[in-house]
Design a protein around this ligand. Structure first.
Ligand code: RB5
Length: 144
């Protein structure tokens, strides 16, 4: 189950990804926002991060105008690794090396076609463990 969330600046790109998920029978939950009405991105970033941490969803995808605001906010939730990605290779590495539970995209940065490819790359990748797990453990130790 994939958790989705956006502010008003990312809601249209979220809809693109929902359409891709619907067409490919990929399960998701949309935690909002639903409208192009200004709202504060830290609120939705916190919601999605907490759903992922609680195990309600395995992974999350957050959207805002740039992807930056939601990534900064989600990374403030202890235990979360949220990667701001703008290309396919980074999306793959975010999972393989960093084991990011969330990726963050910007509607004003990334077009719909590339966004779908980014999401596919992230979801199809697996964490590689080994030395990468050691480094992820060191990241998480910084929180403590
Ligand atoms: C909203 O105007 C915009 O600031 C937000 O979507 C995001 O880009 C913040 O990082």
């Amino acid at each position: 189950m994939i958790a989705l969330g956006s502010d008003h600046g990312g809601v249209a790109l979220k809809e693109v990804i929902k359409e891709y998920f619907d067409e490919n029978n990929i399960a998701y939950k949309d935690y909002g926002t639903q409208a192009d009405v200004p709202m504060d991105y830290p609120d939705i970033a916190k919601d999605v991060a907490e759903k992922v941490l609680a195990g309600e969803c395995d992974k999350g995808i957050l959207f805002c105008g740039t992807g930056i605001g939601v990534s900064i906010a989600a990374n403030k939730v202890k235990g979360i690794r949220a990667a701001h990605v703008t290309d396919v290779f980074s999306a793959k590495m975010a999972k393989e090396h960093n084991n990011a539970q969330i990726i963050c995209l910007g509607e004003r940065i990334t077009g719909p076609g590339l966004a779908v490819e980014i999401v596919k790359a992230y979801l199809e990748s697996e964490h590689q463990g080994g030395r990468h797990q050691r480094r992820v453990d060191k990241i998480m130790a910084i929180e403590n």
